[in-house]
Ligand binder design. Sequence first.
Ligand code: PMP
Length: 453
Amino acid sequence: MTRNAANKALADRDLAVVWHPCTQMKDHEQLPMVPIARGEGVWLQDFDGNRYLDAVSSWWVNLFGHANPRINAAIRTQLDSLEHVILAGFTHEPVVQLSERLVRLAPAGLTRCFYADNGSSAVEVAVKMSFHFWLNRGQPAKRRFITLANSYHGETLGALAVGDVGLYKQVYQPLLMDVITVPSPDCYHREAGESWEQHSRRMFEAMEHTLAEHAHEVAAVIIEPLVQCAGNMRMYHPAYLALLREACDRHGVHLIADEIAVGFGRSGTMFACEQAGIRPDFMCLSKGLTGGYLPLSVVLTTDEVYSAFYDDYARLSAFLHSHSYTGNPLACAAALATLDIFASDDVITANRSLAATMREAVEAQLGDHPNVAEIRQTGMILAVEWVKDRRTRECFDWRERRGLRLYQHALSRGALLRPIGNVVYFMPPYVITPGQLGFLAEVAREGIDLACA
Ligand code: PMP
C-alpha cells in the first residue's frame, strides 16, 4: 500500500465507524478526513508525509509540543509502577505531589484539589459543590447560577446550562436548568474611544444590579477569566474580575473561575485570575494541565468550602461525586512533568517575547486588511475577526461558511487553523518559533483573502 493509499484507507475505515465530535458528518462527503500518523513538536504528520502546524494546540490542550521527550519519559516511568488505582480510599504519589504543587501555584487560599477527568466534568463539580455548600450551610434557596452572555463551559448538561453559546445550547434548552445571564464585558463591543478597561468597568454595572437583585437565590457566578474562548475568542479587561470578586464577597455569592482554556500560561500569566489579583472560590483546570497528553481535570477550592462538607457520615453532607478515572496516575505524571517544564524553562517569561512576535507577525500581514475588524490578544491567544466591511463591522452570513474556506486553505498549506465563526485565532504550543508564527500569519492572510472573496 502506498502511503497516500494508507491515508485514504484509514479515512474510509474511520467514516464507516467513527462519529466525530462537534461535526456534521455529512460534511465529510466533501471534506477529507485528515488521518494523523505521528506528532512531533508543533507538527502533526499524516500517512502521506504531509505536515500540519498545530496552531490550535489540538483543541487548546498541547503546551510543549507533541511527543515531548520529557513528558513521554515521565509517563513511561509511571507506567512501570502504577497505571491506575481507585482514588476513593486509596491514593498514590503522583496525585499527592500534583495537589501539593497546584496549591502552591494557585492563588493563595485555594488549598483543596478535587479531581475529575475532563473540563466539563470539572465545571459540573464546581457547580454541584457550590450549590451543596449553601445547602450544608442551611441556605437551600441559593441554587441558581449567574453566567455571562457568550460564555462557554462545556457540553454536559450542567456545563451547557451555565454556558451561553446558542449553537451548542439552544436545541438542548428543554433539558437544562434555568440560569441568569448577564451581558458580557466583551471588548469587541466597546464604543469608539473607549478603552478595554473603561468598557469592562461600564459593563460591570449589569452584573452589580443582577447580584443586588438575586444574591439571595444565587449560589455562584461562573466566568471564563479574560477570554471567552469558544465564544469567538472575545476578550475583556482584568478590572472586571476585580470588581466581580469584590461584589461576590459583598453579596455572599461564590465565584467560579473556569480556567480550563486560559490556565497554564495561555493568558500571559500562569492563571488569568492573577492579572486581577483575585482568588476565586473554585478554580477549574484541565486541557493544559497534562501538557495536552491525557484527560484530567481538577477543581481547586478553599478550606471554607471543604469544611462545609466535613462531618459525621450520617449527616449525609459529604460530596458523593466520582468519576472512574479520577486522578489517574499516568495523567498526574504527565501533569507533573508539565509543571517541571514551566519551572525549569521559565516559560511564562519566554512567552512574553513569543506573544509580542505573534502580534507583530499578524499585524504585518493583516493590520490594514480591508476585511479585518479587529486583531486582539491576551497573552498567547491571538484572534483576528474578519467581516464584510471593516468600517461598519457588518458580518458575512454564517450560512456561507466562509471559515471553512480558510480551514481548507490552511490545510493545503500545512497548517491546522480552525476558525470559530468569522474569527481565526492562534493558540499554538509554546514551542513554536518566530519563523513558524510568520508562516501562520501568512497562511491566515491568504485564508482571509479567500474567505472574503
Ligand atoms: N470550559 C472552557 C472554558 C472550555 O474552553 C472547555 C473546552 N473547550 C470546557 C470548559 C470543556 O472542557 P472539555 O472539552 O474537556 O469537557
